[in-house]
Design a protein. Structure first.
Length: 221
């Protein structure tokens, strides 16, 4: 059987990235929790979910409930003071866009952050969870369906079809267990500084360097 070729910069393609601990260097929900003094409690749940030890949707519901009553102004503070792009992110995005690639951001995090990053970086697509905010406070609820592992995989396939990009020309990059279905579905799936389960199961893995190293894994013919 012929080994499938790698996605190439010579043709239009589609890159899908996770947000927390992939496009950015932190986990947003852990940073939000810090303002309530419950960072350790939520961070422990986040870590177990990313390792694949907990059901993602159930763990997210539990973590968001713990944020109930928090002033929503904290979200802007987190975006302004805590979020830092992973080194190489802008180089990766700029290079792919110069080769007519589409770029999507899909996250189990929150639209407050993904929407801002989409605008800031000129991304083509972003999808994540909607935090319910009432009277200026986080209610502890998520509106609509949770963006879980299956939703990430489905978004990748749908966006490839919308843009007429063959799946062989798609790349998915993530670090957590909830990224594995999209990593497996992509033409090239990459574990980026990932949890052990993801490193073990992804077709490719990056252990050192920034996001620009994704480019080293693409064909250039």
């Amino acid at each position: 059987m012929t080994k499938p070729s790698l996605p190439t910069l010579a043709r239009p393609g589609l890159l899908f990235m996770d947000m927390d601990s992939t496009l950015i260097r932190c986990e947003c929900i852990d940073e939000i929790a810090d303002f309530l003094g419950i960072r350790e409690q939520i961070s422990a749940i986040t870590e177990r979910a990313m390792r694949g030890e907990l059901d993602f949707a159930a763990s997210l519901t539990e973590r968001v409930q713990l944020l109930s009553g928090l002033d929503a102004d904290v979200l802007e503070q987190v975006y302004r003071e805590r979020i830092e792009l992973t080194p190489g992110a802008e180089t990766l995005i700029r290079t792919l866009k110069s080769h007519d690639w589409k770029i999507g951001l899909v996250s189990g995090g929150f639209t407050y952050f993904t929407d801002r990053l989409r605008t800031r970086l000129g991304l083509d697509f972003a999808r994540s969870n909607v935090l319910e905010i009432v009277n200026g406070n986080i209610t502890g609820q998520i509106l609509g369906d949770i963006v879980d592992a299956e939703a990430k995989r489905r978004c990748l396939i749908e966006q490839a079809a919308i843009h007429g990009i063959p799946m062989q020309q798609t790349v998915a990059v993530g670090d957590g267990a909830n990224d594995l279905p999209m990593i497996r579905a992509a033409g090239l799936g990459i574990a980026f500084h990932a949890k052990p389960k993801v490193q073990a199961e992804a077709p490719a893995a990056i252990h050192e360097g920034g996001l620009e190293t994704v480019l080293d894994l693409l064909a250039r013919d």
